[in-house]
Design a protein around this ligand. Sequence first.
Ligand SMILES: [Fe+2]
Ligand SMILES: [Fe+2]
Length: 203
Amino acid sequence: MTTSPPARSSTGSPGIRDPQLTIRRILKVNHAGEFGAIRIYGAQIAVARRLYPDIVPALEEMRADEIDHCRLFREAMPARGARPCRIMSLWSLGGYVLGALTALGGRNTVWICTEAVESTVHRHLEDQLAFLADRDPQLHALIASIQQEELAHLREAENNQRARGLARALLLPLVGGLTDLMIWLSTWGDSNRMRADMARARN
Ligand SMILES: [Fe+2]
Ligand SMILES: [Fe+2]
């Protein structure tokens, strides 16, 4: 994808003091998040190869998508003055541990983890799309296309679950909360400010 510098927008609403800074943070957290997802799937694939090889092809397909997303966000950075996250090693370690632990829990917990992560990501992408619509149409288009693939991952994770019991009830909020926390840390709280800003815009 080719990127040209986004137009300096004057549409910043009161909750967002510097839209360009928020755009850089969006790229930073999305790039780091995709890297974390690659590590989650990588750990799950390593465990699944030994314990449940039947789900390896589906996981490999998703990881290939995440590798693609990670590259696309990295390529969109220079034109917007964005740089990769400083806590990439934390995303890497966190992703790998989360992937390994959920894979050791069984096929079902693999898919519960995917559902939790992808649904949290989907919610954040929705916020980003609303924020970017008139501020950076190029990045908006990129995120909208990536969001379609994340939604396909979410649907597949939902469809592959054979049981919806206690493990799901406990893991969904736990993994979703951890993902939210990582996103919040990587955007220095901008993820929450964007959400509040858009809520104000709707009222
Ligand atoms: Fe992705
Ligand atoms: Fe995904």
